[in-house]
Ligand binder design. Structure first.
Ligand code: APR
Length: 320
């Protein structure tokens, strides 16, 4: 059987890490695309030269031409500009919207059968625009945010409790921004919901609130430390988990920015919800029950995503 093909549009910090992880996991052959000449070629060659050491087989190439992504099974999009200190994800909107237009056209022409994972920020608006620009079915276009946000939440909880990250599950809903909704009662340690851990006295309620806030600010914390860009290792790992679930038809239940058509009472927008990802792309949107406070937080997050989508429509009226 021929290997799968993974196209990475954008070969910056996240793109390079995606290529390395896809190689290490032997997900398939890899094409790195970037507008910057030499960068995808150089990173591709460097990673290919690690393959004899790590023991993986993959053809890895770099390109400036969309033709090279032809027939890709998965396309992961990181093209655009990342945040600098003091910038919000929303500040990136106008410039990255233009980038999505080019990327959408390239995917539509050369890889219309692919499962597309968007990482470019502001995530929920960019994945919405990318789906429209590409014209691909909404079940084939998804945004990576929830896996990363819940990974941050899981890591902070595991660190606080002194337990393995493997035994912590966490659930984050809503847009990828300051209004994201970490859902404590759906997050567990070995199946025990966090509110029960608080009752048991294992987790301090105030510390939990602080961890929730640190999760919301997780991206900004790293931007503040790096100063010249934003997080890339954990975002890349998160997108690879989604790609793997698709390619291996694992049908994992993962939080992702998905297109809603009536679920959660919303229509025509992308927002972070739990989905099943398998060979059919987004095979199911899982609708969980929210209590009043959770619904209010979710609505605030949805309002902010809707604001960004409205801003996209203003910049590019063809998106209406
Ligand atoms: N087409 C293809 N690639 C492009 C285009 C374009 N039109 N415009 C910019 N790029 C490339 C840049 O040349 C750069 O190599 O996208 C790459 C982005 O890489 P980085 O600047 O290193 O950014 P990165 O940290 O990888 O983040 C990418 O993901 O998490 C989000 O907010 C983040 O929007 C940002 C994106």
């Amino acid at each position: 059987m021929a290997r799968n093909k993974i196209a990475l549009i954008g070969s910056g910090q996240i793109g390079g890490t995606l290529a390395l992880l896809a190689g290490l996991k032997e997900l398939g052959d890899i094409v790195l695309f970037d507008v910057q000449e030499g960068v995808p070629q150089g990173k591709g060659l460097d990673i290919a030269q690690s393959s004899p050491v790590e023991g993986f087989d993959a053809r890895i190439s770099g390109t400036q031409s969309y033709e090279a992504i032809a027939g890709a099974d998965v396309v992961i999009v990181t093209a655009g500009v990342p945040r600098k200190p003091g910038m919000s994800r929303d500040d990136l909107l106008e410039i990255n919207l233009r980038v999505m237009e080019q990327v959408g056209a390239g995917i539509s022409k050369y890889a219309p059968e692919a499962f597309v994972i968007c990482i470019t920020n502001p995530l929920d608006a960019m994945v919405w625009a990318l789906q429209k620009f590409s014209g691909l079915p909404a079940s084939q276009v998804v945004g990576m945010a929830g896996v990363l946000d819940s990974a941050r939440f899981r890591y902070f909880l595991a660190e606080e409790l002194g337990v393995s990250v493997e035994d912590v599950t966490a659930f984050v809903l809503g847009g990828h921004g300051d209004t994201m909704v970490p859902l404590t009662r759906y997050s567990t340690v070995a199946g025990i919901p966090l509110p029960d851990l608080v009752k048991m006295g294992w987790l301090d309620g105030k510390r939990l609130d602080e961890i929730v806030q640190r999760t919301r600010d997780g991206g900004a914390e790293i931007v503040g430390l790096l100063k010249t860009g934003s997080a890339f290792y954990a975002p890349a790992a998160s997108a690879i988990a989604m790609a793997e679930s698709y390619l291996r038809d694992k049908k994992r239940v993962l939080p992702a920015a998905a297109y809603l058509q009536g679920e959660y009472g919303l229509d025509g927008i992308y927002v972070g919800v739990p989905v099943v990802i398998g060979a059919g792309g987004v095979e199911k949107v899982v609708e969980i029950e929210l209590d009043r406070a959770e619904r209010q937080m979710f609505q605030k997050s949805v309002d902010s995503v809707e604001g960004l989508i409205a801003a996209c429509r203003k910049i590019q009226p063809s998106l209406a």
